[in-house]
Design a protein around this ligand. Structure first.
Ligand SMILES: CC(C)(COP(=O)(O)OP(=O)(O)OC[C@H]1O[C@@H](n2cnc3c(N)ncnc32)[C@H](O)[C@@H]1OP(=O)(O)O)[C@@H](O)C(=O)NCCC(=O)NCCSC(=O)CCS(=O)O
Length: 378
């Protein structure tokens, strides 16, 4: 797809910001599990934390295509930063824009879009990941308040976020229709960070377990209507999956770039690596599959920007991009040989960081389930 000057400019701005404020620090942030605050602040200043929000709500009024192009560039430098940015834009800002009241948009969306506040999305639970409708967190109505109790799992930025979108059961009997969405300031008493998970990669982006213990919020903080939470969550994840596809592509493009560079420098058996057909063909496959993943992603983003249904296309983009990206990073390590396995080189980190793209915001298996259901409908 040919990108217009406008999109090329967004891409270049994201790339140069990543090179200046992220790349020089990424190894230190990852090694010491440091939350990348300077990167988030710089992204906020440049308008990247409110990309899908109109100017009237303090956003930079871009669209999904610009968003995925930016995420790709940020992910080349850091998977962790791209995750924080993606979750904030697509899972925290987007639903308040779509379902929020004017008061909620003024109180919560505007500071989020300016990047003054950070957002999180609390859907999964210890016993409810893929089966999102099985959430057990409960919200009971008391006068003009709701009181939330339960446990939320795998919450990106759960500790550093200021505002969380939390899904909780308001009707025990109705499964899907029994969930409602709430906007919860994380300084509300009862919002507790119970645990920061130790994970395989993306160490600068925390994943928290959140315990909600008598967490009382005004009833006016309900997002959308009573019982509308499941639809809000799934519709939201449709957009989030574009961000995950984009970050997977970004990390894999970085792995491909490093592989190309190495194949042109390193000699074995008196020839540069790229001159061996075994390596040249690997590079060709990596580049071709990445290009195909990008075109799927751009197509899904354009559909979403045109307000056209894109559930199937977003799932296809996430499924294909995350699986191709894992393969590309794996092959890149193979090209580097023993050096690829060392922590002295970035491929080892890229391989760990990219792996989760096949899991979060809907596993590959869930994406296949969604695609197959949509195919039958077509
Ligand atoms: C497994 C699922 C795909 C659900 O499958 P089902 O077959 O049980 O449900 P459906 O019949 O498809 O849908 C039920 C209901 O919801 C409506 N729906 C479905 N998709 C959408 C959508 N995209 N937008 C709006 N509404 C939607 C559908 O029309 C049905 O309504 P009606 O009955 O027609 O009225 C699903 O459970 C699923 O996607 N599971 C995966 C969940 C997931 O991705 N979890 C990970 C969350 S990520 C996380 O928690 C971490 C976030 S972070 O990184 O911090």
């Amino acid at each position: 797809m040919l990108l217009t000057e406008e999109y090329l400019l967004v891409q270049e701005t994201a790339r140069s910001l990543a090179d200046k404020v992220i790349r020089p620090h990424v190894e230190e942030w990852e090694k010491h599990k440091i939350f990348p605050r300077p990167a988030i602040d710089a992204l906020a200043q440049a308008g990247f934390m409110g990309m899908l929000v109109p100017e009237q709500f303090a956003g930079s009024q871009s669209d999904h295509l610009a968003f995925v192009l930016s995420i790709i560039e940020i992910a080349k430098a850091s998977g962790s930063v791209s995750t924080i940015m993606s979750v904030h834009n697509s899972l925290a800002c987007a639903p308040i824009l779509k379902f929020g009241t004017k008061a909620q948009q003024e109180q919560f969306l505007m500071p989020l879009a300016r990047g003054e506040k950070l957002g999180a999305f609390c859907l999964s639970e210890p016993q409810a990941g893929s089966d999102a409708a099985n959430c057990q967190t409960h919200a009971s109505h008391h006068g003009d308040t709701f009181v939330l109790n339960g446990v939320k799992q795998f919450v990106t930025s759960g500790q550093h976020a200021d505002i969380a979108i939390i899904f909780a059961r308001t009707d025990k009997a109705a499964k899907q229709g029994g969930l409602s969405a709430f906007i919860v300031p994380t300084n509300t008493p009862g919002y507790q960070v119970a645990k920061l998970e130790n994970k395989m990669g993306q160490h600068a982006s925390e994943i928290a377990q959140i315990v909600l213990e008598d967490c009382r919020i005004p009833a006016a903080y309900m997002l959308g209507n009573l019982g509308e939470g499941y639809k809000i969550a799934l519709g939201n994840l449709e957009g989030g999956r574009l961000g995950i596809a984009a970050q997977a592509i970004g990390m894999a493009e970085e792995a491909l770039r490093l592989s190309m560079q190495y194949a042109k420098e390193r000699k074995t058996f008196d020839h540069f690596l790229y001159q061996h057909q075994a390596i040249g063909f690997k590079l060709a496959d990596m580049a071709t599959q990445l290009e195909a993943a990008k075109q799927l992603l751009y197509h899904a983003a354009l559909l979403r920007d045109a307000n056209r249904p894109c559930l199937k296309e977003a799932s296809m983009a996430k499924l294909f991009a995350s699986e191709v990206a894992e393969k590309v990073c794996r092959e890149a390590i193979q090209i580097y040989g023993g050096y690829g396995y060392l922590q002295d080189f970035p491929l080892e980190r890229l391989y760990r960081d990219v792996r989760v793209a096949m899991i979060y915001e809907g596993t590959s298996e869930i994406q296949r389930y969604i695609i197959s259901k949509e195919l039958i409908k077509d």
